[in-house]
Each structure stands twice: as structure tokens, then as C-alpha cells.
Design a protein around this ligand. Structure first.
Ligand SMILES: Cc1ncc(COP(=O)(O)O)c(C=O)c1O
Length: 395
């Protein structure tokens, strides 16, 4: 089946967090800003997912639901087929989201006062999870080489040596700098963590969204030592635009770690799952591949479009070429280095809602994150608004 990613779908009146007018007013100062912020897509899900959810809805009884073998098999098969990692049913834990899982993991493996390494600029709920659980953020800021971002291994190891550092939250692929880490990079960082007794939470929620020429390596699949020193978070939510379904897979091969994680789930009575997310996840992993392949091609077209648009209309700005994710990291430092000033200009004058670079911690000033998983015509309108605001201010 051929999918039409150019179709504009009105999301108003659907409780969309991204498009809700009150939220937009609160966050960006106006209701009429065009949203490119929250990481979900303005595309319809794959037809087999819609069919499965409709069928389930038509049944009419929405009682307590359980996961069957076919649920786990769909996750196991997908992980093997797309990523070459063979996992076992017992390793897979359900949580209603990856962000909740990160919080539960901190509660399971850390005590208040512990230090946790992240690599800024990074997805800001990592910061909140660490702080809200009484731990301290240790930032090993990524290095920008003018073209793409790299890990600072020396700095990382110096920080990992501190016995108070117990955990590292790896973002792979990385949001917002859209790097797909190579196997070599992951091996190097994983070895540092093993040497220094630092447990790894591998947030691989974007692992299926990888563009031509790049290959995602699942951290735990690299070697047994890493599998036993990590917990891996995946989900169909980013891949198949099912974020509102709230289902994620927390894969823990090490039985001791698994038991500690499960204790926290029990303490919080986490386990039940809504019937729609069960059928949606299975349909996505079993029948969504064709849609995903078409989506990736469409997203590559959008990347090309942004590069071309900036070259013509905002020559001092640059999209850091995305290797994965649908989140573009745009460098506006050629126009404005003050992050707050840049952000208020694009929100206020530009009437565009974007994640400000400053939200992501160190290294974010002068950048904005643009979610380009939308029909090209919306993307064009957003870029035009940004260009007008910037060019009027700086030319
Ligand atoms: C790196 C990363 N982790 C987790 C999430 C959200 O996970 P969930 O909605 O499953 O809590 C996102 C969403 O943008 C993300 O980018």
C-alpha cells in the first residue's frame, strides 16, 4: 500500500498535546503558533494498526487486559529482524513509557545523592528524572566538530571514575543532535562504564528511525558484558507514531538487575496495560514495516528540503545533518548566540513553536530543535515564518 505523507490532517479537537491551543499559549505566548515541538508526527499510523485498533474498539468491552505470547513474540521478532539482537521473553518488561522507565530505573539502581552522567545537550526529561529522584546531574557535554557531534571519552572517563557516579543515561540515537552512534563509539563508552562500575540505561526509543548510510547498533547486543550491565528501552511510540498509546519495552537480560527493576514496578503497581496499546503494538511490529520504510524515505525528503531552504533563505543557519530521529538540530549561532533571545524571536515574531536549544542544557544556546515529521507544506510554512522573523531582525 502506498501511504500519503503529504496529507494534512487537522489535529484540533483530538487532545493533541502538540496542537492544543491552551498549551501553546502557555508555552509559547500565543495560540496561533505553528507547532514543531513535541516529538510525535503529524502523519496517520500504518493502516494495519488503525484496523487493529478499530476492530478492538468495535468489540465494545474494554476490561482489564493481559499480554499474550504473541505480544512478546512481536517484540522479539522485530528486535531480531531490524536490529539483529536476539532477546528472550523473560527479559522484556512493560512500562507505560520510556520516561517513566528511566525514573523507575533511577529508583531501582540509585540512592538519593548518587551522580548520574548524561551527555548534554540532551532530551530534557533526563534532567528532570535525575533531579526529581534526588540525584545529581554530571554532564559530559558532547563536542561539536563543526559538522557533527562526538562523545568526549576523556572527560567521560574522568567523571565515571568518581565512585558516586552509579549510572549513565545513554541516548542512542541521540535527541536532539540526531547522531547514530557507531559500534566503535558505543564499545568505547560501554567499556568505560564497565571498568568503573557504572550501569547503563540505553534509551533507544529512536532506534528504528535511522537514515540511509547509517546503522544503529543496540548497545546491549555488542557483548555479553554490556548486556549484563545495561537496561535497554525501546518502544513502537516514536517509530510508528503511537506515543499516546503509552507502551514501551524495557529489556533487562541480567536477572539481578531485572529483579530490582521489577520490585520498583510492583511497588508502584505498574503492569496493567490498556487493550488498544496491546493490539497496536503487535500490529505495528508485525505489519508496520512497509509503512516505516515509506516514512523514512519521506523524512529524508524533508531533510533535503530543510537543507535547501536554509541555503537559499537563511544562509548563516545550518541543519546538523540528521543521521537518525525526526528531530532537526538547527544551528542559528550565525545570527544569534543568545539562546533565550533567539527563542523569543522565533516564538513571538515567527509564530512558530519549537523546542528551544536552551531546554537541552549545556551546548544548546543558539540552536533550536525542529520536528520535521510533518507534511512538507507545513514544514515550508514553518521555515518561511522562521526566515521572515530572523531576516527582519538581523538583515
Ligand atoms: C530520547 C527519548 N526518550 C524518551 C522519549 C519519550 O518516551 P515516552 O513517551 O515513552 O515516555 C522521547 C520522546 O521524545 C525521547 O526523545
Amino acid at each position: 500500500m502506498k501511504y500519503d505523507f503529504d496529507e494534512i490532517i487537522d489535529r484540533s479537537g483530538t487532545n493533541s498535546a502538540k496542537w492544543d491551543k491552551n498549551t501553546l499559549k502557555e508555552m509559547f505566548g500565543a495560540e496561533d503558533v505553528l507547532p514543531f515541538w513535541v516529538a510525535d508526527m503529524d502523519f496517520k499510523a500504518a493502516q494495519p494498526i488503525i484496523d487493529a485498533v478499530v476492530k478492538r474498539a468495535e468489540h465494545g468491552i474494554y476490561g482489564y487486559s493481559s499480554r499474550t505470547d504473541s505480544y512478546y513474540e512481536s517484540i522479539i521478532n522485530w528486535t531480531k529482524r531490524r536490529h539483529g539482537w536476539e532477546i528472550e521473553k523473560e527479559w522484556i518488561n512493560f512500562t507505560p513509557g520510556v520516561v517513566p522507565a528511566i525514573n523507575y530505573a533511577i529508583q531501582a539502581f540509585c540512592i538519593p545523592g548518587d551522580k548520574i552522567i548524561i551527555q548534554n545537550p540532551v532530551y530534557y526529561p533526563f534532567h528532570d528524572a535525575i533531579k526529581n529522584n534526588g540525584c545529581h546531574i554530571i554532564d559530559s557535554t558532547l563536542k561539536f566538530n563543526g559538522e557533527y557531534y562526538e562523545m568526549d571519552f576523556e572527560d567521560f572517563e574522568n567523571k565515571a571514575k568518581d565512585p558516586k557516579v552509579t549510572l549513565f543515561i545513554l541516548c542512542s540515537p541521540h535527541n536532539p543532535v540526531s547522531r547514530v552512534w557507531t559500534k566503535e563509539e558505543l564499545e568505547k563508552i560501554g567499556d568505560i562504564c564497565c571498568r568503573n562500575n557504572v550501569l547503563v540505561i540505553a534509551d533507544e526509543i529512536h532506534n528504528d528511525l535511522v537514515f540511509s548510510g547509517y546503522k544503529h547498533t543496540m548497545f546491549a547486543s555488542i557483548k555479553e558484558e554490556f548486556a549484563l550491565n545495561s537496561i535497554t528501552c525501546t518502544a513502537p511510540s516514536k517509530t510508528f507514531n503511537l506515543a499516546g498509546m503509552q507502551a514501551s519495552n524495557i529489556i533487562i537480560p541480567n536477572p539481578l538487575l531485572r529483579e530490582r527493576f521489577q520490585r520498583i514496578l510492583e511497588k508502584n503497581a505498574i503492569g496493567g496495560q490498556n487493550p488498544f496499546s496491546i493490539v497496536a503494538l503487535e500490529a505495528a511490529y508485525n505489519e508496520g514495516e512497509d509503512w516505516l520504510n515509506q516514512l523514512l524515505a519521506y523524512l529524508e525528503g524533508n531533510i533535503e528540503f530543510i537543507h535547501e531552504y536554509l541555503k537559499k533563505h537563511l544562509p548563516k543557519a545550518k541543519l546538523i545533518d540528521p543521521q537518525g530521529t525526526y528531530l532537526g538540530w538547527l544551528d542559528f549561532r550565525g545570527y544569534e548566540k543568545d539562546g533565550k533571545k533567539l527563542e523569543s524571536l522565533v516564538y513571538g515574531k515567527g509564530r512558530v513553536a519549537l523546542d528551544g536549544g536552551t531546554w537541552f542544557g549545556n551546548g544548546g544556546d543558539g540552536f533550536i530543535r525542529l520536528n520535521f515529521a510533518c507534511p512538507k507544506i507545513l514544514l515550508k510554512e514553518g521555515l518561511e515564518r522562521i526566515a521572515k522573523a530572523i531576516n527582519e531582525e538581523y538583515n
